[in-house]
Design a protein around this ligand. Sequence first.
Ligand code: FPP
Length: 243
Amino acid sequence: MSDNIPQFEVLPQHIGFIMDGNGRWAKERGLERSAGHKEGAKVFRRIGEYCADVGIKYLTFYAFSTENWNRPKKEVLALMNLFKEYLREGDTRTGENTIRQMRLRFIGEREGLPKDLLKLIEKAERETAHYEKMTVNIALNYGGRAEITHAVKDIAQMVKDGKMDVSDITEQTICDNIYTAGQPDPDIIVRPSGEYRLSNFLPWQSAYSEFWFSNVLWPDFTEEHVNEILRDYQKRNRRFGGV
Ligand code: FPP
């Protein structure tokens, strides 16, 4: 555990991170884009561990969207390799993994992912399923609209099969049929790199989320930024439509 963990009166239960700005970070240094992702992966680990130390219970990181397949082949391959590397390192049998004590969940479409990555994902989910301190969702091959579309299809199928009635469908039915079923919605969504949009990240779950934007590029994101977010969060007056 890091020293000097500040105490906060109100802690968000769930933080979502859009890890943006890796490409620009690399470009500024005359490096290939993949070097930015590699640095971003280190930050992902560090921030995950720091949030665990602070006491946050759920994190969701946007690692690869359904649209990211349109990037150059070389960049996609580098990203897939980064995910595999991380999961191999996280092998719970080595006892040296950085993801121990965290329940790892992958949200997004499984179809289309390389077979070897899929195997590592299933293994990591299996081996970390019993950890209760923190849940880390990695959004991989994720698209929020696709997630809602899947939920709608599943619910329609249940109705067709006579397992439920149309009049039984509530907002909770949708919540129960999306990837994050059983988890609290993100209290705050963090987007660095000077962009001010959600980019299909958790559109259903973020209905009442707070937002935190910054010009910092993800590879430059530090623990101090997390502290800044948490200090800022103390001042947010969340009314959920009330007064
Ligand atoms: C967006 O920045 C970032 C991505 C598409 C990839 C994010 C993935 C990681 C940081 C790796 C995480 C690692 C693990 C193990 C989960 P961008 O490349 O679009 O940045 P730009 O807007 O500056 O080009």
